[in-house]
Design a protein around this ligand. Structure first.
Ligand code: FE2
Length: 473
């Protein structure tokens, strides 16, 4: 397995190679047999462009976005991709950096910083894409989600939320859909003298956000995901935090203002959805991007998540660090148990493997006790290869199984339940793999029960490893 010895840009480095052109409805080569019931589209985002004349992303999360789709049906798969049309991309191609982004400095003249102490936030929505009511919506951590046209993947413009208390707040790119109540639930961070982290809800087709509870803090944590049960939303307030005043008049990237304060421990903030009541728990310090699932158990709230010992992973995903060595994306699966009336939360390690980009049989188990978590494990292997596996963990027994293919580095596996399926794992995992050695990519269709691939759809396009997406019907 080869790797360039001294690449000058991450775009030269598998599995982050950039697609050279946008593709429209290319048929994929199919090996194996696609399940007859599997019809729909895998729609995903990824950071794809890291360098333009006069502009360079400094962090993986700041690569200009691409949207792509594998459209599955009638025993065939067609691939389509398109660079995300955003103000951030137009700026970058003109060598400008006016918008605040994750870990890349802005280039704003001093007078502009004076009159606008905090830059407008990027609309480079490269983190996730999901259907919210009538719209396919691309998201990042920001305040300008973009509506994507289903057929062309073109950006049609921002989602227009009604003027409300959350105007300008930073929404996560990981909203929950509470199917039982037919409501979208998300979390948004606002900065003032303090930080306010609000949980809001709206009907999928509505664009009026109702705050159902909020938590104020002087030391504002970086929030990437949250847990949701029928009763509560659970925020992970790890001690990777910022005092709001640090964000003023700065030219640094958003995350460059955050510091690690392990002495504070990690706080878990449980917000009751019915009343907005807040209770806090604390445990040992850890950092997490992703929660997996949460549920209530008697007087306990349980939250499963993927934890790193500290926030060093944020630094490991800077471009210069990744060019020197690719990151180990194998955080530990932890179960956090929060008992009412007891401030200290219990922590238990689940499973024998670490992984990122988690998924579950979401519609069936989210917010409820469950058995199976899935994800992608990527880590620096021997001989400079980037090792990769799609994993399945039985959270009851801790046992795991895995799928891998030495040709590809895999990303987030999306679970698609078989219609009228029996068990929790009766369905397929759809995971996109980027080739290590050539300019091809694959959509692997993996039987979630056995973790064996039943079909592979290969396209002659180097899809950069990305973050999240959805299976839409
Ligand atoms: Fe994420």
């Amino acid at each position: 397995m080869s790797r360039l010895t001294h690449p000058s840009s991450i775009e030269a480095l598998a599995p982050f190679r950039r697609l050279r052109a946008c593709h429209t409805a290319d048929p994929a080569d199919i090996a194996g047999e696609l399940p007859g019931w599997l019809r729909g589209e895998v729609v995903r985002t990824c950071p794809a462009v890291f360098d333009a004349p006069g502009w360079h992303a400094r962090h993986w999360f700041d690569g200009l976005g691409m949207v792509y789709a594998f459209r599955i049906g009638e025993g065939r798969v067609h691939f389509q991709s398109r660079l995300l049309e955003s103000e951030a991309a137009r700026d970058a191609w003109q060598g400008k950096a006016r918008l605040g982004s994750f870990g890349t400095p802005t280039a704003r003249p001093w007078w502009q910083r004076l009159v606008e102490p905090v830059p407008r936030i990027t609309d480079n929505n490269n983190v996730n894409i999901t259907r919210i009511g009538p719209d396919l919506v691309a998201m990042t951590e920001g305040n300008r989600q973009l509506i994507i046209d289903d057929a062309t993947l073109a950006a049609e413009g921002p989602v227009r939320y009604a003027g409300d208390a959350l105007h300008g707040a930073i929404m996560t790119a990981h909203p929950h859909l509470d199917a039982a109540r037919n409501t979208v639930v998300n979390v948004a961070t606002s900065f003032g003298m303090h930080g306010t982290i609000s949980v809001y809800e709206h009907a999928p087709a509505a664009r009026r956000r109702e705050v159902i509870g909020s938590w104020q803090t002087a030391h504002v944590p970086y929030v990437h995901t949250f847990g949701l049960t029928p009763d509560s939303a659970i925020l992970v307030a790890h001690p990777y935090a910022v005092k709001p005043a640090k964000l003023l008049w700065s030219s640094q990237g958003y995350i460059d203002h955050f510091d690690w304060h392990p002495e504070e421990g990690t706080r878990l903030v449980v917000i009751e959805r019915a009343t907005g009541a807040v209770r806090e728990h604390v445990t040992k310090p850890f950092f997490a991007f992703h929660t997996i699932n949460a549920f209530e158990r008697g007087d306990e709230t349980v939250l499963d998540l993927l934890a790193y010992p500290d926030a060093g992973i944020v630094e490991a995903l800077r471009i210069d660090r990744m060019l020197a060595g690719l990151p180990d994306l194998r955080p530990t699966l932890l179960r956090i148990v929060m008992r009412q009336g007891v401030e200290r939360a219990g922590v238990e390690k689940l499973g024998d493997v670490g992984f990122e980009f988690p998924s579950t049989n979401y519609k069936r188990v989210n917010g409820h006790p469950y058995r199976y978590a899935y994800g992608a494990a990527n880590w620096p292997g021997p001989d400079h290869a980037y090792a990769s596996a799609v994993v399945k963990v039985d959270v009851d027994s801790g046992r795991s199984s895995a799928f891998s293919d030495e040709l590809y580095v895999f990303g987030e596996p999306l679970f698609v339940a078989r219609p009228h399926g029996e068990g929790e794992d009766d369905g397929a995992l759809l995971s996109v793999g980027s080739a290590r050695d050539d300019e091809s990519s694959v959509l692997a269709v993996i039987d979630a029960r056995t973790m064996a691939a039943v079909a592979r759809a290969t396209v002659p396009s180097a899809i950069p490893l990305g973050f999240h997406g959805s299976f839409v019907h």
